[in-house]
Design a protein. Structure first.
Length: 627
């Protein structure tokens, strides 16, 4: 039996009263004040640590960036300050070429044959035009492409609507008009329209037109010489271009007081020729008329000053006008007097006579019975131009009558190599060295290459070819006492410094003796007074000369006829040698008929122009015949 206590009901020993909570237990819904989750303090420490590290990293980055910027600033402003400033300035600089003036070409008296005039190429920046405006009283009165066109059109003589359309766009360089006169550009510039600019472009002009056109040549659109002296002297005529640099603003305008640099252009040399403009005109005019009268394909004429070798006129018919070279056929834009070759024919007989007299083979008054037809020892037969009975001619008479058979009879006694040597000494087979381009050397084969006929044919100007200048030179040698002067066409030059330098006159070369030259000249006078060249006579002056008719080869291989007359005047004081070469004349093939009259006309004009006194003595000629 279980004992019960007295005084009330008994409770289980392990139970607490119902209104009591366990000692370690909080009432429901209530946490102890000092209770925290186990991990919470560690997470808060990590977050704070991370924030600190981020702040530190940002600070370091900022410091590094600032250090870099500071270092760069020190480098740019301190170490490279001047270089950076120079680079910035260079980016603000604009550059323009200053074109050098091309040198002038004048005649012997300073008359201008080629010169350059000031012209401008007008261009625009379309972007600048679009932003441009003009204000007056605070109001816009003109603006953009339409406004600019309205102001420009009257000055440029252009349609305003069409011009306005040209000004619209985004191009920074658009040419509006070329060859603008200086006064027009000045008027345009005074308008002050932003984006309107101009380049100075010298334009080549030739005041004398086609006078000397075959000598002077012309320049192309790039200012480069084409043909003639413009081509041969292009480098010295061109000069050296300069440049101009200036500091520009945002709108491209020049900054007043900004940096400016200028390297002046150096003008080309001025060239003075030996040519006389009026004589050149006379020669060309006479040739053009002769070509029209005779039906010739073309003609050339040369006047040379015997004492100096100066070329006073070098003319071709139908000469090119350098102001409009395209209007002339290509083969007429060059000097045929220098490039075309032909057999000299009977004009070469004077060289045969000079060789015969110089070597003692013949004398002026030696007598020859000359047949119409003559056969050499190697059975080569030669004929005269006209059939005739046996003629009693002196050596002078053979030359005066231009007898082929008589010339062969005399010349066959000259050794073959000597024949060649005299032709070469008189300048055949080589260029003269004149300062013009396109000169041919002609054709003179070595003596040992001559066949059985050629060795005789060369005695009367066949079997070889020459230019008009070479043929003229041979007569100048005879007129000059046997001395060969180098032909030249440049009298002198004036540099950019204004100093004139004359062309040195080279010493001549004695080709034949003065006595032989005087003898042949006297024989040639008989050809004018009594022989085939009578139409070349000049009233008041003694003239010596020789006619010629021979074959000529064109560039296409065809063969034609060349009729010529070459002479010297005055005989008593030789000053000029003049050649007239007619190519394929239709009215007559004889030089005495078609060429000699042109010689008389032009040579007479030249003597008057040079103020050469009339001859003071009557002709003193050799007898040409004997009983």
């Amino acid at each position: 039996m279980t004992a019960r206590s007295s005084g009330g009901p008994r409770q289980p020993a392990n139970k607490q009263p119902a209104n009591k909570q366990p000692a370690n237990k909080q009432p429901a819904g209530t946490r102890p004040a000092n209770r925290q989750p186990a991990a919470r303090p560690a997470r808060q420490a990590t977050s704070a640590s991370r924030q600190g590290r981020r702040h530190t990293a940002m600070t370091v980055v900022v410091l590094v960036v600032l250090t870099i910027f500071a270092g760069r600033l020190v480098y740019v402003q301190g170490l490279r300050g001047e270089a950076v400033a120079a680079e910035a300035l260079d980016e603000r600089m604009s550059t323009a070429k200053l074109t050098a003036d091309r040198g002038e070409i004048t005649d012997a008296n300073g008359e201008v044959l080629a010169t350059s005039v000031e012209r401008y190429t007008l261009w625009v920046n379309q972007v600048d035009i679009a932003a441009w405006k003009r204000t007056s009283g605070g109001k816009v009165v003109s603006a953009g492409a339409a406004g600019a066109a309205a102001e420009l059109a009257p000055l440029l003589e252009l349609d305003a609507a069409a011009l306005g359309a040209q000004l619209v766009g985004e191009k920074s360089y658009l040419v509006l008009k070329r060859d603008v006169l200086p006064e027009v550009w000045r008027a345009v510039r005074e308008l002050g329209i932003a984006g309107v600019n101009a380049d100075r472009v010298p334009e080549r002009v030739y005041p004398a037109g086609n006078v000397g056109g075959n000598i002077i040549g012309w320049v192309d659109n790039d200012g480069i010489g084409q043909e003639g002296l413009e081509r041969a002297l292009n480098d010295s005529l061109t000069g050296t271009d300069g440049s101009s640099r200036w500091e520009r603003g945002l709108g491209g305008q020049q900054i007043p007081g900004g940096k400016q640099e200028t390297t002046p252009a150096v003008a080309g040399e001025d060239v003075q020729l030996t040519i006389l403009r009026d004589l050149q005109w006379k020669a060309q005019d006479a040739l053009d008329k002769a070509v029209a009268d005779t039906g010739a394909d073309s003609a050339s004429l040369i006047v040379t000053h015997i004492p100096t070798g100066e070329i006073l006129a070098l003319a071709d018919s139908g000469a090119v006008d350098p102001n409009d070279p395209g209007a002339t056929e290509a083969d007429s834009r060059i000097s045929r007097a220098l490039s075309n070759v032909f057999e000299p024919g009977s004009t070469a007989k004077v060289i045969t006579m000079a060789a015969a007299i110089e070597t003692g083979v013949a004398a002026p008054l030696d007598q020859w019975q000359v047949p119409y037809q003559y056969t050499t020892e190697n059975n080569q037969t030669f004929k005269d131009s006209h059939e005739h009975d046996l003629l009693n001619l002196t050596t002078a008479g053979v030359l005066a009558e231009s007898s082929n058979t008589g010339t062969v009879m005399i010349g066959q006694n000259i050794p073959q190599q000597v024949r060649y040597d005299y032709l070469a000494k008189f300048g055949f087979g080589k260029r003269t060295g004149i300062e013009l381009p396109g000169e041919s050397a002609g054709i003179l084969h070595p003596a040992d290459e001559w066949d059985g006929r050629t060795k005789y044919a060369v005695l009367f100007g066949q079997g070889l070819s020459v230019t008009a200048l070479q043929a003229t030179q041979a007569f100048a040698i005879i007129g000059g006492g046997g001395v060969a002067m180098t032909p030249h066409i440049i009298k002198g030059r004036t540099g950019a410094d204004g100093v004139y330098t004359p062309t040195p006159i080279a010493a001549g070369t004695q080709v034949i003796s003065a006595e032989t030259a005087a003898t042949v000249l006297k024989m040639m006078e008989s050809a004018v007074d009594e022989g085939t060249g009578s139409a070349a006579a000049i009233p008041g002056y003694r003239v010596a000369g020789k006619t010629g008719t021979a074959q000529a080869w064109a560039t296409d291989g065809s063969v034609g006829i060349t009729a010529s007359f070459i002479g010297v005047a005055p005989v008593d004081d030789p000053q000029i040698a003049v050649s007239v070469i007619m190519n394929n004349p239709r009215s007559s093939e004889w030089g005495g008929t078609v060429a000699a009259p042109v010689f008389g006309d032009v040579a007479g004009y030249a003597l008057q122009m040079l103020k050469v006194a009339p001859s003071g003595s009557a002709p003193d000629v050799f007898a040409t015949t004997f009983p």
